[in-house]
Each structure stands twice: as structure tokens, then as C-alpha cells.
Design a protein around this ligand. Structure first.
Ligand SMILES: Nc1nc2c(c(=O)[nH]1)N[C@H]1C(S)=C(S)[C@@H](COP(=O)(O)OP(=O)(O)OC[C@H]3O[C@@H](n4cnc5c(=O)[nH]c(N)nc54)[C@H](O)[C@@H]3O)O[C@H]1N2
Ligand SMILES: Nc1nc2c(c(=O)[nH]1)N[C@H]1C(S)=C(S)[C@@H](COP(=O)(O)OP(=O)(O)OC[C@H]3O[C@@H](n4cnc5c(=O)[nH]c(N)nc54)[C@H](O)[C@@H]3O)O[C@H]1N2
Ligand code: SF4
Ligand SMILES: [Mo]
Length: 678
């Protein structure tokens, strides 16, 4: 049998956005590999996506539309035809929309990062209906808005130039697990003599391989950044010229930083003072110095301020002058796409529906104030597992008067609560176009195989739903509800520097951008400067100057341990949890705990433990493996609730309070107690 290869893009919420090559034999995808021609991918994929074919042909794939026959949450369904499912859904949505369109809520995130399957026909459909809007804050909005109010957008260093850096701070990022291709570049820098410093409450795989590890307490990064500034000031390791020309608010920031001598920060961060002064010396005297920040450090109350404080550092030492100096959190503002062309917000007409924050979906579903959410359409997300305070989320999804439709590959925790589950295609089965938040290339994904079972792409499902809605409302017959996926891919980059023919041929296209974005200033802020002091934040009633904000949940006698729950290396959020080979590597839901904290509770490695606070309890196995610091416990990965020993996961313990900037969840700002499960 002859084998063909098809070019694609990894759909996952990962800064690397790899280029894929899928081998197809007799209509079956037999291998998914990295595209060797794409510089960032370099022919290498992470372990997860190497198993993409296993996930695609998984025996538990949802292959037909399903209708609920048991109680909500029971996961009991019967197969129905597409026509039956879509006519009924259209009729139900229409009945609600006639009365109160805002009672309908779409709920989606980055199960696929594709612009077409993630934010095109779906947005048009819900805008035409006049449904409530969703504030998509669950991951990155604290850091994104912090960057917006400091640099003017999600802008920063180009990842490839870290190879030339002499000092790299890997700050709140387990790069080996979640940013593998950056780690490859950092390794190259290390071989050329760069010093690597990891700043993370957990002794991660990445911390193991760095020269230094500052194992600070969760949520204390701003205090550390302010103390670094203090040292830069008192030792005069400053680039006065860069500060004078390209920053705003230096006097105010300086006054604040001088209140943060290293001994104060050492107390707050739970670090030896010498580690802070040494880091300041390294940062103040090494050129070029680069910071790889990741979103893991902004999931606490003060996450936005922490990102702003750290984002000020490169300007103080003039690191931006060199292409291998500066900071990278996200560069997605460089993406050459016209989202409005895909979303078509004009379909709202004069209507201005309310916006619901996805991070507080638990509260929103239980809110009895009008207009109550009566229908929920979930796709590209698994909120029952990933949203904070699961007990509230699950109670919301269990409401008998809520009509829920879930577009999915698998019967996830969320799908279990659906009235209808609709089988969706995977990346091997549909078209899509991708930009990245960790590099600046654009990638095209072409379908490699026919849909598995009766699966349809998200776009196809919304096109067909629109056709069913047209029975009640002629607006749904408009031509933009007929655009094909390949056309939507073209629309995304129309009028930009990206050549679609090149995407079709090579699978990716690179943009030409300046090497060092802020070498001559030119920040995208209203002032054109790096805004230490942000008038825009001030207008919003938010502290205009970066500051340290202590966590919502400080350790107390009752709940003396701080819990963080960062990603597992072999899962992607709650995706891949059901893929056997990957699950086998991750083992079982665990709580990492420091030996002293374990001994004090008579807990041994491998014991079943109960982690609890006022919101709930989660039962899992203790791992006394040297990765947790004293006072901090780590529940790694977002397992499915139904796999938990007591039917819960870590989000049973997290709360719905939001970050200082960006209205995001504070997943890693969570106090708990732990006991051996009797
Ligand atoms: N393998 C894998 N890769 C992933 C994901 C996954 O689930 N698995 N998730 C993807 C997603 S959605 C995202 S948003 C990205 C980025 O996701 P991030 O959340 O940035 O993920 P990591 O880089 O793994 O982890 C962040 C690190 O921050 C640490 N940390 C926790 N609290 C603090 C703190 O207060 N301060 C500091 N300095 N560090 C802290 C954690 O211990 C962890 O090692 O990764 C993506 N990549
Ligand atoms: N405690 C704790 N909670 C967290 C985090 C944490 O670190 N700790 N991380 C948070 C972060 S950073 C994020 S980004 C969120 C992630 O939360 P989600 O966006 O919900 O991500 P996933 O859990 O990966 O679930 C994505 C779902 O989309 C489905 N999917 C994928 N592709 C398609 C498609 O083409 N069509 C359809 N219909 N479905 C598709 C997958 O099968 C999967 O079930 O979780 C957050 N929750
Ligand atoms: S998850 Fe990240 S590292 Fe893995 S293949 Fe996708 S983009 Fe690459
Ligand atoms: Mo995320």
C-alpha cells in the first residue's frame, strides 16, 4: 500500500504550535510526526502528540450523536441520528431565543487553538442568535492584560534568540513539560555558557536541569521582582539612558522598589536572602539577559501585578537593546489575522448582550437573577473538570432546567451532563489555520483522513445548526453561514503578508519582524513607552504601579498548606487523560508533599490522602518525591473527576475569586489541609 503524507499543525494550547506530518496508508493515519522543515518544530513532537493517532482511533471516541437517557451526570446516552439531534437542538434554542436570547451561552476554550474550529462559524451562529458573550479568561488573561498595560500588547522576544542569551530566567514555567521546543533552545544557550535560573515553588523537571532554582512560595513573584529592582538601583546596575528615553513612571517605581530590600522579600518569598542578591547581581551584570515567563506564575490573586513587575525588569537594565535580551510571555499580538472577519460581530446589529466570565461558570449557572442561563453549548472545553470550584460547577451543570449540548471527541466529565453529545472531528479530520503564542509563524492544517464514525467538524455542526434555525429565522440562510472551512482559512489571513499558496505547499509561513522589538523603544502603549506607571489601569481603578499583593488564601492554622496544581507533562490540561500509553506514564492522581509535612501527618509515600478545605475534599495518593517545598503541596495535572478515588479532582479545592488584573481564576492561590485517608 502506498503511503502519503499530509501537512498539519498541532491544535493544542501550547506555546510551541508544532508543524505536523501525518502518514496515511489506505485512508488510515499511521503516524503523526514533527515537520523537520519547520525550524521551531525541528522534526520533534512531545510525547503527547506523538500519540495523536492513538487518541484519534481510541475505541471510546464518540462516533454518533448521543441523547441523554439517564440522570444528568450519569453519562447514560442512546445514539440518535444527526437530523433528530440538530432539529431538536434548533427548536429548543429557538424557543429560548424568542423570549430571551441572552439565556443562551456558548462555552468554549482552547481544546483546539485553531481559528476556524475555535472561533469562526460558532461566533457567527451565536452573534446571529444574540446569545450571551463569553469572557475567555480561564488561562491567560491576567498576564495578557498585564502585558497590554506595560508593553501595549502580547509582544516580546523572538524565541529563537534565547539561544544567544547569557542568562535565562525561566520564571513560572516547567518548560520541559509545557514548552519543550523553547527548552531545546535554552539547552543550546547553556552549551554556549549561559546560566539558567528557574523560579518555581516546585522542583520541576526543568528546575532539576537549571544551574539555580529559587523555590519561592506561590504568589510571591512580585515581591521577588521588586527586590531585584531594589538591588539594581542600589548597585546602579541600571541603563539610565534606556530608562530616560523609553519608560514612563520611573520615579514612582523607584520609590516603590526601594521599599523592598532583599531581606523583606526573602521573608515574603520564603527564600534565602543570598539567593535573591545573587540573582540580582547576575541579572544586573550579565548581557544579554532574557526572561521566559509562562502563565503558571499568574494564577494567584496578584498574578497581573506580578507579571507587570517582572515585565519592567528588562527596561531597567536595557536588556531590550539586544535581540537575545528582554522577555517572552506571549507574542500573539504579532498574529497577522483579522479575527473580526471570522467572528462577524456585526451580526449582533444593535444588540449588546451581557458578558459572562467563563472562570466563574459555577456561580453563573447557579445565579438565580434574571436572565438565568437556560441553554449552554460547550465545545473545545471540559469545564466540569477544569473550571474552579468543581462542586459548584457540577451542581450548575446538574440543573434539570438547563439544556446542555456538548461537542466532543470523548465522554468527558462535561459530556456526562449533556442533553446531547455531538461527535466532533479531531485535527486529523478537518481544516484549520493556526497562529502561535510562543513563536510568530502561521500554520495550516489540512485534513489527513475522513471523519471517524459520523463525526463532523465544529464548523460543519454550526453550519448545519444554522440551516435548521433557518426554518424559524431567515437570517440564518445568509451566505456567511455557508462558507467552507478552506475558505474560512483563507479569510483569516486575507490582506496580510501571509501567502496562502505557500501555506498549502509547506504547511507554514514565517513573518518578517524586527529581531529586537523594543531596541529603540517603540512600545505599543498609548505613550509609546514601557509603562511602569499605567494611566489606563488607573482609570480602571486598579493600582497603576506594580505591587505585591498577598494571596487570597494565606496559610492558616486550619488550612496550613498552599496547593498549586500545574500541568502534568503527559497530559494537556484534561486532554489525553484517557489515552492509555500516556496515562500509564502519569500513573494516578497524586499530591506531592514535602517529607517534613508528610511525617507531621503520619503520611508515607504512596498513602491514600484526603486533601480538603471548606469547599470540598479530594482523595488521591501522596507522593513524597522531593518536588514539593515545605508548606506547599502540588496536585499535578487535571485528571478527569470520574477517575478520582472519590469522584473529584484538584478543582474540588480551588475557588472562584479572580485575579487583580484580567478577571482570571487564581487556581494556585488555594489553602488546604491534608490528612491520611483512614
Ligand atoms: N505537557 C503540558 N504542556 C502544557 C499544558 C499541559 O497541561 N501539559 N498546558 C498548556 C497550557 S493551557 C498553558 S496555559 C501553558 C502554560 O502553562 P503553565 O501553567 O505556565 O504551565 P507550566 O509551564 O507547566 O507550569 C508553570 C510552573 O509554574 C509553577 N508555579 C505555580 N505557581 C507559581 C507561582 O506562584 N510562581 C512561580 N514563579 N511559579 C509558579 C508551577 O510549579 C509550574 O512548574 O502550557 C501549555 N502546555
Ligand atoms: N486546577 C487547575 N485548573 C486548571 C489549570 C490548572 O493549571 N490547574 N489550567 C487552566 C488552564 S491554563 C486552561 S487553558 C484550562 C483548559 O481547559 P480546557 O480548555 O477545557 O482544556 P482541556 O481540558 O484540554 O479540554 C479541551 C476539550 O476540548 C476537546 N476538543 C479538542 N479539540 C476539539 C475540537 O476540534 N472540537 C471539539 N468539539 N472539541 C475538541 C477535547 O477533547 C477536550 O475534552 O484549564 C484551566 N484549569
Ligand atoms: S503540544 Fe506543544 S510540544 Fe506537543 S506537539 Fe503540540 S505544540 Fe508541539
Ligand atoms: Mo492554559
Amino acid at each position: 500500500m502506498t503511503a502519503t503524507t499530509v501537512l498539519g499543525a498541532c491544535p493544542h494550547d501550547c506555546p510551541d504550535t508544532c508543524a505536523l506530518v501525518t502518514t496515511v496508508e489506505g485512508g488510515v493515519a499511521t503516524k503523526v510526526q514533527g515537520n523537520a522543515n519547520h525550524p521551531m518544530t525541528g522534526g520533534v513532537l512531545c510525547a503527547k502528540v506523538s500519540k495523536y493517532a492513538e487518541r484519534t482511533y481510541h475505541p471510546e471516541r464518540v462516533r454518533t450523536p448521543l441523547k441523554r437517557i439517564g440522570p444528568k451526570g450519569s453519562g447514560q446516552f442512546t445514539p440518535v441520528s444527526w437530523d433528530e439531534a440538530l432539529s431538536d437542538i434548533a427548536q429548543r434554542l429557538h424557543a429560548i431565543a424568542q423570549r430571551q436570547p441572552e439565556a443562551i451561552l456558548p462555552y468554549s476554550y482552547a481544546g483546539t487553538m485553531g481559528l476556524v474550529q475555535g472561533e469562526s462559524m460558532d461566533r457567527r451562529f451565536f452573534h446571529q442568535l444574540g446569545a450571551s458573550l463569553l469572557d475567555r479568561t480561564i488561562c491567560a488573561s491576567a498576564g495578557s492584560e498585564a502585558l497590554l498595560h506595560t508593553y501595549g500588547g502580547k509582544l516580546g522576544m523572538h524565541v529563537q534568540f534565547f539561544a544567544e542569551s547569557k542568562l535565562i530566567l525561566i520564571w513560572g514555567s516547567n518548560s520541559i513539560g509545557s514548552n519543550l521546543h523553547f527548552w531545546r533552545i535554552a539547552q543550546e544557550a547553556k552549551r554556549h555558557g549561559a546560566k539558567l535560573v528557574c523560579i518555581d515553588p516546585r522542583k520541576s523537571e526543568t528546575a532539576d536541569k537549571c544551574h539555580e532554582h529559587l523555590q519561592l512560595l506561590p504568589g510571591t513573584d512580585a515581591a521577588l521582582a521588586l527586590a531585584l529592582m531594589h538591588e539594581l538601583i542600589v548597585h546602579d546596575w541600571l541603563d539610565h539612558d534606556y530608562i530616560a528615553q523609553h519608560t514612563q513612571g520611573w520615579d514612582a517605581l523607584k520609590a516603590r522598589a526601594l521599599q523592598w530590600p532583599p531581606e523583606r522579600a526573602a521573608q515574603v518569598c520564603g527564600l534565602p536572602m543570598a539567593q535573591i542578591t545573587q540573582l540580582a547581581r547576575d541579572y544586573g551584570t550579565t548581557r544579554p539577559a532574557a526572561i521566559r515567563l509562562n502563565y503558571g506564575m499568574q494564577r494567584t490573586r496578584g498574578g497581573g501585578n506580578a507579571v507587570r513587575a517582572i515585565a519592567c525588569l528588562p527596561a531597567l537594565v536595557g536588556a531590550w537593546r539586544h535581540r537575545a535580551g528582554g522577555l517572552l510571555l506571549s507574542t500573539s499580538s504579532n498574529a497577522p489575522v483579522q479575527r473580526a472577519r471570522l467572528h462577524m460581530p456585526q451580526l449582533l446589529g444593535q444588540r449588546r448582550p451581557r458578558t459572562i466570565n467563563m472562570s466563574t461558570i459555577g456561580n453563573a449557572l447557579l445565579d438565580t437573577q434574571a436572565p438565568r442561563i437556560e441553554a449552554l453549548v460547550v465545545y473545545n472545553s471540559n469545564p466540569v473538570a477544569v473550571a474552579p470550584e468543581s462542586a459548584q460547577v457540577a451542581a450548575g451543570f446538574a440543573r434539570e432546567d438547563l439544556f446542555t449540548v456538548v461537542l466532543e471527541h470523548f465522554l468527558t466529565d462535561t459530556a456526562d451532563y449533556a442533553d446531547y453529545v455531538l461527535p466532533a472531528t479531531t485535527q486529523l479530520e478537518h481544516w484549520d489555520i493556526h497562529t502561535s503564542y510562543g513563536h510568530t509563524d502561521v500554520l495550516l492544517n489540512q485534513p489527513a483522513i475522513a471523519p471517524v464514525g459520523q463525526a463532523k467538524s465544529n464548523t460543519q455542526i454550526f453550519r448545519e445548526l444554522a440551516a435548521h434555525m433557518a426554518r424559524y429565522d431567515a437570517a440564518f440562510t445568509a451566505p456567511h453561514f455557508h462558507d467552507r472551512d478552506e475558505d474560512l482559512c483563507r479569510q483569516a489571513v486575507e490582506g496580510s503578508s501571509i501567502d496562502f499558496a505557500q501555506l498549502l505547499q509547506h504547511g507554514f509561513a514565517q513573518q518578517s519582524l524586527p529581531d529586537a522589538p523594543f531596541a529603540q523603544g517603540g512600545f505599543a502603549t498609548p505613550s509609546g513607552k514601557c509603562e511602569f506607571y499605567s494611566p489606563a489601569l488607573e482609570k480602571m481603578g486598579i493600582n497603576p504601579l506594580p505591587d505585591y499583593l498577598s494571596n487570597y488564601e494565606m496559610q492558616s492554622e486550619r488550612y496550613p498548606l498552599a496547593m498549586i496544581s500545574p500541568p502534568a507533562r503527559n497530559f494537556l490540561n484534561s486532554t489525553f487523560v484517557n489515552v492509555k500509553t500516556l496515562r500509564h506514564i502519569e500513573g494516578r492522581p497524586e499530591l506531592e508533599i514535602h517529607p517534613a509535612d508528610a511525617v507531621a501527618r503520619d503520611i508515607a509515600d504512596g498513602d491514600l490522602v484526603r486533601v480538603f478545605n471548606a469547599r470540598g475534599a479530594h482523595v488521591c495518593h501522596a507522593a513524597v518525591n522531593g518536588r514539593a517545598r515545605q508548606g506547599v503541596v502540588v496536585g499535578l495535572g487535571i485528571w478527569w473527576r470520574k477517575d478520582g478515588a472519590n469522584g473529584t479532582n484538584v478543582n474540588e479545592l480551588t475557588h472562584q475569586q479572580l485575579t487583580d488584573i484580567g478577571r482570571a481564576p487564581a487556581f494556585y492561590d488555594c489553602a488546604v489541609q491534608v490528612e491520611r485517608q483512614p
